[in-house]
Write a protein that binds this ligand. Structure first.
Ligand code: PRP
Length: 210
């Protein structure tokens, strides 16, 4: 029997995603055991799950190490992996936004300094605005950059807005809605289309009932 290899994003979103797969009939009880294993399989159901860093899911899927996976739209927009995006799961919803210190006004005569983890998304956005920028690529705690004067603004994910608020920043503009997407490897999709279509249909039912 063909096994379906599924890359799940480690963390809170991944737990939710696994619960959806379980409900879809692709359960794998061993995944709930409290250990540090990263790969779990249920041979009867023909499914194998592995936990990977959320930003790595698309790499596993693009290269075919995973047949399908779940990645945030932010990652897909930033890295543009060559994969099929087959379903919006309607969970993990947030926005990509520009934020700055309260009261910030943009002086268009100066190059805008933008701190972000998402350099490509930020570049695309500011090209569309016809605005010259200087990207400062950071890996986390982006909110600190404008406070310390490292940047004028940040481009980052906003969910509840709490992180911005607690750091005296505010949203300037939310410009892309983000949510979790089911993605598939292009070649493996043909080879395992029946299983993947079944997973997709069963997950779709659940997103409609959210
Ligand atoms: C994201 C983002 C913000 C925070 C926003 O970080 O970078 O810091 O969430 O959420 P809020 O609007 O609900 O406060 P995430 O937790 O994904 O991790 P990381 O930036 O540390 O990688």
């Amino acid at each position: 029997m063909k096994m379906l290899n599924v890359a799940l994003p480690k963390g809170r979103l991944g737990e939710k995603v696994y619960a959806m797969f379980e409900k879809a009939g692709y359960e794998c009880p061993s995944i709930k055991e409290n250990n540090r294993k990263l790969i779990f399989e249920n041979k009867e159901k023909g499914v194998r799950y592995f936990w990977v860093k959320p930003s790595d899911v698309a790499i596993y899927v693009e290269r075919g190490a995973a047949d399908i996976g779940v990645a945030g739209k932010d990652i897909l927009l930033e890295y543009k992996p060559d994969v099929y995006e087959i379903l919006d799961l309607n969970i993990g919803k947030c926005s990509m936004a520009v934020a700055a210190k309260k009261g910030f006004t943009d002086d268009r005569n100066r190059t805008l300094r933008v701190a972000t983890k998402f350099a490509n998304i930020a570049k695309d956005y500011y090209v569309s605005q016809g605005r010259d920028i200087d990207i400062i690529h950071l890996n986390g705690s982006i909110e600190i950059a404008p406070i310390l004067g490292l940047s004028d603004v940040i481009v980052d994910i906003v969910e509840t807005g709490t992180t911005l608020k607690e750091n005296d920043l505010e949203v300037v503009e939310k410009f892309v809605p983000i949510s979790a997407r089911l993605i598939a490897n292009k070649a493996n999709f043909k080879f395992k289309s029946e299983m993947i279509e079944d997973v997709k249909a069963k997950l779709l039912e659940q997103t409609e009932n959210l």
